[in-house]
Design a binder for this molecule. Structure first.
Ligand SMILES: [Zn+2]
Length: 186
């Protein structure tokens, strides 16, 4: 199986897909671990919006995934982890552990998270790009997560992973509705 990546904006069904890939493992003898960043203050478990949930271990980094001989390791909200964790995932893959990750592919500026780029460079077996409904024009093609302060989209000045403490509103938006800083130079 190798590395499977489930990517997309908020509300695109990533957690649902993650849960559907792990829920049956509870009834098998396969050792598996499902991890989530301790920076995620919203959820205790991996929750999908239709009410399914699965227990996840909250961690600051992925070291714990190496401590046991897991057959399968899942990481929810992988974008909340530091880029260095790419090395841990590589180590897991080298050991023959299958790894399934889900998360946002790009930040509020529309830039790919370094950890996502690093994982893509490992050569995943499957990459699933999920879409959400655009919360501005209602098209089914939302690929970005825009952050709003009141009615205004925030296009710069925030850390790449923005604490979800209620100060900002997150919306899934399509390419046409996404607002980015005009003088963007790569
Ligand atoms: Zn739109």
């Amino acid at each position: 199986m190798g590395l499977i990546m489930i990517l997309g904006p908020m509300k695109s069904g990533k957690s649902f897909e993650m849960i559907s890939r792990f829920i049956h493992l509870k009834y098998t003898a396969l050792p598996y671990g499902l991890f989530q960043s301790s920076r995620n203050v919203r959820n205790e478990n991996v929750w999908s919006r239709n009410g399914l949930s699965l227990e996840a271990i909250k961690v600051d980094n992925l070291d714990a995934s190496l401590r046991r001989n897991y057959r399968i390791v899942g990481v929810d909200e992988i974008h909340m982890f530091a880029e260095e964790e790419v090395k841990t995932v590589e180590e897991l893959l080298n050991r023959g552990t299958d790894v399934i990750v889900s998360g946002l592919d790009s930040d509020y500026r529309g830039r790919m998270f370094p950890i996502i780029r690093g994982l893509l460079e490992l050569g995943p077996t499957e990459v699933h790009y999920k879409k959400a409904v655009c919360e501005i024009c209602k098209s089914p093609d939302a690929i970005y997560t825009q952050i709003f302060s009141g009615e205004q989209p925030v296009v710069e000045g925030l850390p790449p992973v923005v604490p979800d403490d209620g100060g900002y509103v997150y919306k899934s938006v399509c390419r046409k509705c996404f607002v980015r800083k005009l003088d963007r130079i790569r």
